[in-house]
Design a protein around this ligand. Structure first.
Ligand code: SAH
Length: 393
C-alpha cells in the first residue's frame, strides 16, 4: 500500500475526523498511486492518521477509517451493517408504509463517495469515486449479506457520477437480480414508480420524505402550486391532504409524464390535478390562478462556490416571484439543495426576497434532510438540504 505523508500542521483536520485530505496538504508519497487505490496517510513524523481512497483532484484522499484497518470485505460488511441497523432504528425497514429510503449517504455513513437508495428491495447504487467503483464487488457482496431477505436486486447507476477522465467506462446495469415486475415503491403509504433506469439521480428524491409529509398537513382546501415537481412527490401529499387543486410544474417532459403516472396510481383520474411541462420562471410569470400554497424545490443552482453569486440571484428571483404571487394568508415551502448555500445564506436570500416583494412574512418551520441522510458532525458539508415554511400576509 502506498503511504502519503502530510505537511506539518496539516494533520489537524484529520485529528478532528474530517474525512477529506486536500492535495495541497501532501508532503510526499512513497510511490505513484492510481486513482482509486487504498492509501495510508501519516503525519509529518510518520504516525498513522487514516486510510482512504486516493483521487486525482482537489480532494486527494477520502478517508474510510481513522483506524489502521484493511479495506476489505469485512470492512464493507461492517459499515453497511451499521448503516442498515440505523435505518432499522429509524423505522424504515420492514414496515408496511415506507420502503423507499437511503441506505448509504456517503460521508454521513462513513463511506465517502457511495450513495445507495433502496426502492422496495432494489438497491440503486451510485458511486462518486473511483475507489468505490473499484471495490464494487465487495460492496455488492456486503449488501447481499447484510440485507438478506430485504434485498432482491442491485442496480449500479454510476455512468454519470464517476470522473470522466478515469476512463472506467461504467455502464448502468443490474449487477445482481433483475428488474422487478412492478417498479412501485411506497412512501408514507403513497405509491411512487421510481424510474432509476432513466430518471434523475437514483430515480426519486427520498430526501424530501418528511417535508412532503408536512405539506399534507397544510393542504386542506388550498390551491397548490408544486414547482420543480420532478415525480410529483409533494403533489401526491397535497392531494391526499385534501387540496382543492394541485398544479405540478417541471421543465422536463419526462418528469411531467412520471408525475401524471404517479397521480394515476394513487388517485385515478382526479380532476383536481394538472401538470405542465414548462420553465418555472415562465410559468410563474404567466400564472393566473390564485395559489395559496406554493412549493419551490429547484435543482442545485450552485454546485461550487465560484458560481454562488449567480445562483443566489436565481434563488432570489424565484422566491421574490413566488412571494409576489401567493394569496394573502398563503404558505410558501421554499428549499435549496445546494451544499454551498448555507442555512444562513439561504435565510438572508429569503429575507431579501420578502423585502423586495413587499410582503409580511413569518417563518413557521425550518426544514432539513431526514435522518436517513445523516450528517457526520465532523463533516458539516454533508448538510445540504435546507428549507423554510413561510406564512405570507
Ligand atoms: N421536488 C422534487 C425534486 C425536484 S428536483 C421532488 O420532490 O422529487 C429539480 C427538478 O427541477 C428537476 O425535475 C428538473 O427537471 C426541474 N427543473 C430544472 N430547471 C427547471 C426550470 N427552469 N423550470 C422548471 N423545472 C426545472
Amino acid at each position: 500500500m502506498i503511504h502519503i505523508q502530510l505537511k506539518q500542521g496539516k494533520e489537524q483536520s484529520l485529528q478532528r475526523f474530517h474525512p477529506w485530505i486536500f492535495s495541497g496538504a501532501i508532503q510526499k508519497m512513497d510511490g505513484t498511486p492510481q486513482e482509486g487505490d487504498v492509501v495510508e496517510v501519516t503525519d509529518a513524523l510518520g504516525s498513522f492518521l487514516a486510510v482512504g481512497h486516493y483521487q486525482i483532484g482537489t480532494i486527494a484522499v477520502r478517508v474510510l477509517s481513522f483506524e489502521p484497518v484493511a479495506i476489505d470485505q469485512a470492512f464493507y460488511d461492517m459499515r453497511i451493517s451499521e448503516a442498515f441497523e440505523l435505518r432499522k432504528k429509524l423505522g424504515l425497514v420492514g414496515n408496511d408504509h415506507t420502503n423507499a429510503y437511503r441506505l448509504i449517504h456517503g460521508e454521513g455513513d462513513r463511506l465517502p463517495g457511495l450513495v445507495i437508495d433502496m426502492y422496495n428491495g432494489t438497491a440503486v447504487v451510485q458511486m462518486h469515486s473511483v475507489g468505490m467503483y473499484v471495490q464494487r464487488a465487495l460492496i455488492e457482496e456486503a449488501l447481499r449479506k447484510v440485507l438478506g431477505d430485504n434485498i432482491k436486486a442491485i442496480y449500479n447507476k454510476s455512468e454519470g457520477t464517476l470522473p470522466y477522465k478515469a476512463g472506467l467506462d461504467p455502464h448502468n446495469a443490474y449487477v445482481w437480480g433483475t428488474a422487478p415486475e412492478e417498479m412501485v415503491a411506497l412512501e408514507n403509504g403513497l405509491k411512487f414508480a421510481p424510474d432509476w433506469e432513466r430518471g434523475q439521480k437514483t430515480g426519486f428524491f427520498v430526501d424530501q420524505r418528511e417535508n412532503r409529509a408536512l405539506i399534507e398537513r397544510y393542504s386542506k382546501d388550498r390551491k397548490v402550486l408544486n414547482m420543480f415537481c420532478y415525480t410529483g412527490g409533494f403533489s401526491m401529499y397535497a392531494m391526499r391532504g385534501g387540496a382543492k387543486l394541485v398544479h405540478s410544474v417541471d421543465s422536463s417532459e419526462r418528469a411531467i409524464e412520471l408525475t401524471r403516472d404517479n397521480v394515476k396510481i394513487n388517485f385515478g383520474d382526479d380532476p383536481r390535478h394538472d401538470a405542465f411541462a414548462e420553465d418555472a420562471f415562465k410559468f410563474m410569470q404567466n400564472a393566473t390562478e390564485d395559489y395559496d400554497l406554493v412549493i419551490l424545490d429547484p435543482p442545485a443552482f450552485a454546485k461550487h462556490y465560484n458560481v454562488l453569486g449567480n445562483a443566489l440571484k436565481g434563488y432570489k428571483r424565484l422566491n421574490t416571484k413566488a412571494l409576489e404571487m401567493i394569496k394573502p394568508g398563503g404558505i410558501l415551502f421554499t428549499f435549496s439543495c445546494s451544499q454551498v448555500v448555507t442555512k444562513e445564506i439561504f435565510r438572508t436570500m429569503v429575507f431579501s426576497s420578502a423585502a423586495k416583494a413587499g410582503r409580511k412574512v413569518s417563518v413557521l418551520h425550518q426544514l432539513s434532510q431526514p435522518a436517513d441522510h445523516p450528517v457526520d458532525i465532523f463533516h458539516p458539508e454533508g448538510e445540504y438540504l435546507k428549507g423554510l415554511v413561510l406564512h405570507v400576509l
